[in-house]
Design a protein around this ligand. Structure first.
Ligand code: S3P
Length: 179
């Protein structure tokens, strides 16, 4: 049986991980998993509810458990939450069996994209731009270090981002697998 690495999308909120992941999985004929969605399904509550009721630290533990679980899969496209890089063991696990693609975007793009729906507890504040800037400052280096490949999505559609990811995967031989 051919074993293929997972394709793992990391990056800040609003960089297009979920929409790109879904398209990429469909294009490659692989299963798609979004860790946030899976945490919501298994816990029966939204991420916002989880932050409000149990706090961020509780969510981070659920996220770590979910990452440990999905990192054991193969052949799967995995979209992660923006904070997955905060814990080095998350990245170590995902890297062990996956190729890591970081999606980036400008602060203005993130502000626009995340303003459409209010599903992100960390951005439920008056000073959204300030918060985004601060969190990106803290995390930008972590995304860069973790990534095998980085794509700026600011001016691209999910379709175009998917094309870029597929081209990178082809070139790197990631779509051929190992016996
Ligand atoms: C978070 C990003 C969210 C979600 C949670 C925390 C973060 O995921 O996991 O609200 O810390 O950046 P998305 O990046 O999919 O929005």
């Amino acid at each position: 049986m051919r074993l293929l690495k997972n394709i793992v999308l990391i990056g800040f909120m609003g960089t297009g991980k979920t929409s790109t992941g879904r398209l990429l999985a469909a294009r490659l004929g692989r299963p798609f998993i979004d860790t946030d969605k899976k945490i919501e399904q298994e816990s029966g509550m939204t991420i916002s509810e989880m932050f409000r009721i149990h706090g961020e630290a509780f969510f981070r533990r659920q996220e770590q458990e979910m990452v440990a679980k999905v990192a054991r899969y193969t052949n799967t496209v995995i979209a992660t939450g923006g904070g997955v890089v905060l814990f080095p063991e998350n990245i170590a696990r995902l890297k062990n069996n996956g190729v890591i693609i970081a999606l980036t975007a400008t602060i203005q793009t993130i502000l626009d994209r995340t303003g459409r729906r209010n599903t992100r507890p960390l951005l439920e504040c008056a000073e959204r731009e300030h918060m985004i800037t601060k969190l990106i400052e803290e995390r930008a280096g972590l995304y860069q270090v973790a990534a095998d490949y980085v794509i700026d999505t600011s001016t691209s559609s999910p379709q175009q981002i998917t094309d870029t990811v597929v081209a990178f995967l082809r070139q790197g031989g990631y779509l051929r697998g190992r016996s």
